[in-house]
Design a binder for this molecule. Structure first.
Ligand code: HEM
Length: 421
């Protein structure tokens, strides 16, 4: 017979849950005698089955959308290397110090393995009629190498850059006129992103397609172009939400996955329409024409145009927002920028140091490595937090201050060496 004391009552359940939580949070009262020495493992917050360390976000200890604060706290609490576990207890290691970051980023093989967006790969694999591969930003190994060596020369060759320079001046002039047209009577800008987006989309499309789309022009822009802005933003959010939340999309099409698929389809169809409108290739040395001339599957060319535009717009937008924000907060720099182009460049370097756009860089390491005093096995995913290293006084003097002068004159060599972070 079961006595009434054996029944699991709600109060016992609550106590059991509290004990479990205390255990997972690793809290021990001071009198707790921990005599057993554990074998040294890579430090990090305690993980639970399936959710890994993501329970920290679910319980509101950290905010997934302020992920940098999470990593700063991890670095302060656990030191130069931290292990976190993502969904299904997949381990991810974070390194924060210059020598470890340099070791990871410089040791990559011919095919550096970068973690990719699984949702985007799944979507593109479901459309073999449109995509021959996951594309340059998601492909790995030989496929990535083939795409990278065939496609990026069109984008980053010195000739492409010098051909595009006069266009940059014309874009800058149009942007200044655009700002004059939209400025409020109080002469204030309330939302930096809103004034920067038209410039970024016009610049990136001009660079990649070799055509102006009219985002900075005084004439109203077409419905299609307006929707392209919405699609690029929606696509980015779809990528983010499928990547950082529990991967329900692997079991059924979640809203985030549907958003990703919908906007990817819209961008694809719009780019194809544009390509059809622009007609057959000519002799212009634009990225677009160079891409059309490459000896590669036709589907890869459309994929590359989409990937270049998507990769370019968000990076450019965030870079400009951060830079303008820094300069607005330091009015003393504004006159110096007007006087001296080198000073403008120094401000850009300093904004990149304080708020880098593309961080952390992720790699799957090819070989065992000693990082932060611990052995990390080949095949592990390592996040390189250059942004946190850039804020360390080990690497830069007065690291939290916006001091563009550090990139000029005598100091610059020391700082340029440190900036290889
Ligand atoms: C200020 C603006 C930009 C910043 C800060 C930036 C940053 C970066 C970084 C850090 C990477 C390397 C990622 C890694 O090694 O894991 C990268 C790769 C790349 N970026 Fe950018 N980028 C910018 C603008 C652009 C533009 C304008 C385009 C295209 C029009 C572009 C296209 C690409 C492509 C295709 C890759 C290669 C991806 C790969 O091989 O995996 N980026 N970018």
């Amino acid at each position: 017979m079961i006595s009434h004391t054996d029944i699991l009552t709600p109060d016992k359940l609550v106590i059991a849950l509290i004990i479990l939580l205390i255990y997972y949070l690793d809290y021990r009262p001071p009198w707790w005698n921990r005599t057993k020495k554990k074998t040294p493992t890579i430090p990090g917050p305690r993980a639970i089955p399936i959710l890994g360390t993501n329970w920290l976000f679910y319980l509101g200890c950290y905010n997934l959308y302020k992920i940098k604060d999470f990593y700063i706290a991890m670095y302060k609490k656990y030191g130069p290397i931290v292990k976190q576990e993502t969904y299904f207890n997949f381990p991810i290691y974070s390194v924060f110090e210059k020598k470890d970051i340099a070791q990871v980023l410089t040791s990559s093989s011919k095919y550096p393995f970068r973690p990719s967006s699984e949702a985007s790969i799944a979507y593109r694999a479901s459309r073999p009629d449109r995509y021959a591969s996951p594309g340059i930003t998601n492909a790995q190994g030989e496929t990535w190498y083939h795409l990278r060596s065939t496609l990026t020369p069109c984008l980053i060759s010195p000739k492409t850059v010098s051909n595009f320079t006069p266009e940059v001046f014309s874009l800058a002039e149009d942007w200044v006129n655009y700002l004059k047209r939209i400025k409020s009577p109080e002469n204030q800008i309330k939302d930096l992103a809103s004034i920067v987006v038209p410039l970024c989309i016009e610049t990136t499309c001009d660079l990649v397609l070799g055509r102006r789309l009219g985002y900075l022009s005084p004439n109203p822009i077409s419905e299609k172009s307006l929707k392209l802005v919405e699609a690029l933003e929606g696509h980015f959010i779809g990528l983010r939400d499928t990547q950082y939340n529990f991967p329900w999309w692997k079991f059924f099409p979640t809203e985030a996955y549907r958003k990703l698929a919908y906007y990817e389809t819209y961008i694809y169809e719009t780019v194809l329409e544009m390509v059809a409108e622009f007609g057959v290739e000519n002799d212009d040395e634009t990225v677009y024409n160079l891409l059309l001339k490459t000896n590669i599957d036709e589907r890869e060319k459309t994929g590359a145009i989409i990937d270049f535009i998507s990769a370019g717009i968000h990076t450019l937008k965030n870079t400009l927002v951060f830079l303008l924000h820094m300069v607005a907060e330091h009015p003393e720099t504004q006159e110096k920028i007007r006087q001296d182009l080198n000073y403008a460049k120094a401000c850009m370097n300093e904004a990149f140091r304080l708020v880098p756009t593309a961080t952390p860089l992720a790699r799957v390491i090819d070989e065992d490595m000693e990082l932060g005093g611990h052995l990390v096995k080949a095949g592990s995913v390592v996040l390189c937090h250059g942004d946190i290293a850039c804020r360390s006084s080990d690497n830069f003097e007065r690291p939290d201050e916006f001091l563009p002068e550090r990139w000029l004159g005598e100091n610059q060599h020391k700082n340029i060496a440190a900036s290889t972070l």
